[in-house]
Write a protein that binds this ligand. Structure first.
Ligand code: FEO
Length: 174
């Protein structure tokens, strides 16, 4: 049995993960239209991952006798200033998600809810990996700079990172 307070906080997290999924989908569409196929593949896969993050919480809430609520998702941005600005936004969103996970962990301590605390550990680790991944991409983008053909190299680099990430997960590319 889960407390109403924890149930509501977890349902809010469902909304945040769902928003990330739709934001990355919107970013994938922008990249595809800009001819950045590698970046698009990366973002389609990230979008799928975020849906999985959302569903994991969704299923958990019902498993512990709560009520998982399908979220309403705000329309994400459709246009982005540059691929650099786009990935900066991804990184910032991941930092926001990490802060939200930390707040949930603090709440589970407060409520002595060890079941939810244990459930959240997976997200704590996942956020560490996701932040490192996005920071890595921003570092590569910075190193490539904005000289001629930089977009070509950024796209190639992100595609390679995507393939490595997919191989690490044992999954398939989008
Ligand atoms: Fe599920 Fe990337 O936060």
């Amino acid at each position: 049995m889960i407390s109403k307070k924890m149930e509501s906080a977890l349902n809010e997290q469902i909304g945040l993960e769902g928003y990330a999924s739709f934001l990355y989908l919107s970013m994938a569409s922008w990249c595809e239209r800009e001819g950045l196929e590698g970046c698009a593949r990366f973002l389609y896969r990230q979008s799928d991952e975020e849906r999985m993050h959302m569903l994991r919480i969704f299923r958990y809430i019902n498993e512990v006798d709560g009520h998982a609520v399908s979220p309403s998702i705000a329309q994400p941005a459709l246009e982005f200033d540059s691929v650099q600005a786009l990935f900066k936004q991804v990184y910032e969103h991941e930092q926001k998600v990490t802060r939200a996970i930390n707040t949930l962990v603090a709440l589970s301590y407060e409520e002595k809810d060890h079941t939810t605390l244990s459930f959240l550990q997976w997200y704590v680790n996942e956020q560490r990996e996701e932040e490192a991944l996005m920071r890595g991409i921003l570092d590569r983008i910075r190193l490539i700079g904005d000289g001629p053909r930089s977009l070509y190299y950024i796209d190639k680099e992100v595609d390679q990172i995507n393939q490595q990430t997919t191989a690490g997960e044992g999954g398939e590319t989008a």
